[in-house]
Design a protein around this ligand. Sequence first.
Ligand SMILES: Cc1ncc(COP(=O)(O)O)c(C=O)c1O
Length: 383
Amino acid sequence: MTGSRPQALAEPLYVSRPVLPPLADYVADLEEIWASGILTNMGAFHERLQAAVQRRVGVGEVTLWNNGTTALVAALAALDLRGEVVVTPFTFPATVQAIAALGLTPVFADVDPRTGTLSPRAVAERITAATSAIVGTHVYGAFCDTEALGQLAHEHGLKVVYDGAHSFARRTPVFPAGPRSLGDVTMLSFHATKLFHAVEGGALVTDDPGLHERLTHYRNFGIRSEDVVAGTGLNGKMSELHAAMGLRVLDMVDDEIDRRSALARRYVRGLEDVPGVSVIAGDGASVQYLVVRVDARSAGIDRDGLHRELRGLNIISRRYFHPLCSDIEPFSGHPSAEHLPVARRFSAECLALPLHGSMDSEVVDRICAAIAWHAAPAVRGAA
Ligand SMILES: Cc1ncc(COP(=O)(O)O)c(C=O)c1O
């Protein structure tokens, strides 16, 4: 299936495109906000969105935040951590930056070769007397091994935090079953690149009522009452304008999931015979991203080469997660950054392809044909 030389798309096609409600609907919400005179500080739209996210998540207690990164910083701060935090290198920089922002030391542990999520065995080797927490990222559609990491944390008296920035891009249940599936707390991102978004936004989900209460105050400068302010806190509040967008987008999420799932199935079919290119997140789970792994030896082209060739055709793929967080200054200076072969391979081989509900299925066929053309030069030469 190599076909003829692929032609460039007329316009650049990006990895993601935000779900947008009809403008008139959002304008109606803005009129309501204008009339109320309440723009932020946990107004009516905020409260409605928080309740709606809580219903969809179905477990724990939810706080909304102005973005996922602030939420993560607040979660780590509210857990009052010290010293070292064992973290995956195969994640978005925000995960590691949140740890460093609090003066904690990120210590990297390698990932599982099947899922790209933090390997409990690798974590166990990094735990020292200075370790206070484990931070794992749920990667694309795959969850961390929450049971094994929870057990490890229990044995060593550690906290567990999950970066679940991608987790909301699936039908319910959002999280796996099990008493340890949230860790102490899990973060969600509602950034515009995410399937469900509030332009900017995020959430924390915890089933620890004491932590939930601390987080609600932390998000608002630590204010507990007119007279009592805790020394720690920040401004993590989601505005009414963002919450209104979130409510509108939430109504559209299931349709978007269905459309993306159909496109993901088409990608899987279109790429099944391409040597060295395999879809690692497609049907059935999260449809936040459609990610392929490129094995340069079988494909005859490496991931970066394919990324460049696709860009030349106006198909804007994304190397996600690249660079590896353990290669970013100053984190690269830590001894744990040196030997992370599995994560390094994921970071060198993974490529996110365009996936959003407004795409035509015929465009997926063109992308698959373009990949087949570039990934099978030997076959093409023989044809
Ligand atoms: C894995 C991961 N963690 C953290 C973030 C940061 O979230 P936010 O942009 O909401 O701050 C993102 C993406 O934006 C992400 O993909």
